[in-house]
Design a protein around this ligand. Structure first.
Ligand SMILES: Cc1ncc(COP(=O)(O)O)c(C=O)c1O
Length: 393
């Protein structure tokens, strides 16, 4: 018997991969029952009773699905995209994936060669940057700013374009800022994409979680079916995050390439989840609208309280996050330190803005996909802690 130790080798790619504090914070929040967590990025609701009943009938669906998705579901998704999003498509354009995150990941693998660039407006959903890096593509960030209501500026995108730019990732309604990009902005970005012949990943995970505005899909504009890869999901709209089912709508050749690659990743989204997703599409939007009504009430409350406390917060138009400026309390703009302080002293878990990229530094994100009574208590605790904190600083 040889007595040697196997060497641990971790790839350079993995060692260089971005790490975010959210996972550690959320782990602590789950382990400590005294902590109120405003961290999670998923609905606190159960699935609708209709979907719960459907789930009970699916015991026999233990087999793989075809890569790219079950045909019936792809047909229903195409119909939904035509009717609700005005996107000109058919089932050949649809790939059903394990959450929309898988569609983005494979989409980047399919579109980007090593050192090609992806423009990412920031602050942004924390998966975008590492996804680009995992495929040795180069993320190029462009800031959106609080003083511009977190709106995207097409000129900033234009300036970031080089010969190596392959795609832009846009996200409306936005995580973490809650901004909903205007139709005019989206039209300008569509023009930039056509002019420079680049693709747009349009992450519409929160398309249904929108308050007084109307969601516009960039893929609905004339000719954009050749440029847009629209990403949508059942995670937020139908409280189905754990079922891992989402999809993309892409130009036919790209959809085929994504489905081809899916054979080597997950093979297919879970069959049970796909059948539930079909039921979700067929059962209308009433349950989603009920959730949105509740989020709106919580949004109004949390934004009012955060501003009263001195954590300046713009009113978000969509998604279920508030994004607050901490400069009244953290002169050095260290959101991780600030979030850790709130976790230890106020026993409230929030996500530091730095997790959403360097342009998110100086802010904290609170999820109001949390019961109202918990939000009330969390705000009281933060207020009390910050009163003591500001006396000492
Ligand atoms: C902006 C955004 N895109 C995509 C996702 C991933 O969603 P899915 O569950 O469909 O993978 C999330 C989840 O939080 C998100 O916030």
């Amino acid at each position: 018997m040889h007595n040697y130790q196997h060497r641990t080798h971790i790839s350079e790619r993995e060692l260089q991969l971005h790490d975010v504090s959210i996972s550690k914070l959320l782990k602590i929040a789950v382990e400590d029952k005294h902590i109120i967590s405003l961290g999670p990025g998923e609905p606190d609701f159960l699935m609708s009773p209709v979907l719960q009943r459907e789930l009970g009938k699916l015991k026999k669906y233990n087999h793989y699905s075809p890569p790219g998705g079950r045909h019936e579901l792809k047909e229903a998704i195409a119909k939904k995209l035509i009717k609700e999003n005005k996107i000109n498509c058919n089932p050949e354009n649809i790939v059903v994936t394990c959450g929309s995150q898988e569609a983005l990941m494979i989409g980047v693998a399919v579109l980007c060669d090593v050192t090609e660039e992806i423009i990412i407006p920031e602050p942004s959903f924390f998966a975008y940057l590492p996804t680009a890096e995992l495929f040795n593509a180069v993320p190029v960030t462009v800031a959106t700013k609080e003083e511009n209501d977190w709106q995207l500026n097409a000129d900033d995108i234009k300036q970031a374009i080089t010969k190596k730019t392959q795609a832009i990732i846009i996200n409306t309604p936005n995580n973490p800022t809650g901004a909903v990009f205007s139709k005019k902005t989206l039209e300008e970005i569509a023009d930039v994409a056509v002019e420079h012949d680049i693709f747009i990943f349009s992450d519409e995970a929160y398309e249904k979680i929108i308050y007084d505005k109307k969601h516009v899909s960039i893929g609905s504009f004339n000719g954009m079916e050749d440029y847009a890869i629209t990403l949508q999901t059942f995670s937020k709209s139908h409280a189905m995050a754990g079922f891992r089912v989402g999809y993309c709508c892409a130009p036919k050749e790209i959809a085929e390439a994504i489905a081809k690659t899916q054979v080597y990743t997950t093979l297919s989204a879970p069959t049970v989840s796909q059948i539930l997703a079909l039921k979700a599409l067929r059962s209308g939007n009433a349950y989603t609208n009920k959730m949105v009504k509740s989020y709106k009430q919580r949004r109004d409350f949390i934004v009012k309280r955060l501003n009263e406390i001195g954590l300046h917060t713009k009113m978000p138009d969509g998604a279920f996050y508030s994004f607050s400026n901490i400069s009244n309390y953290s002169k050095v703009k260290d959101s991780k330190k600030f979030a850790t302080m709130l976790l230890n002293k106020a026993k409230v878990a929030v996500v530091p803005g730095i997790d959403f990229g360097k342009h998110g530094e100086g802010y904290i994100r609170c999820s109001y996909a949390t019961e109202l009574h918990k939000i009330e208590k969390a705000m009281d605790r933060i207020e009390k802690t910050l009163k003591q904190y500001s006396r000492r600083h």
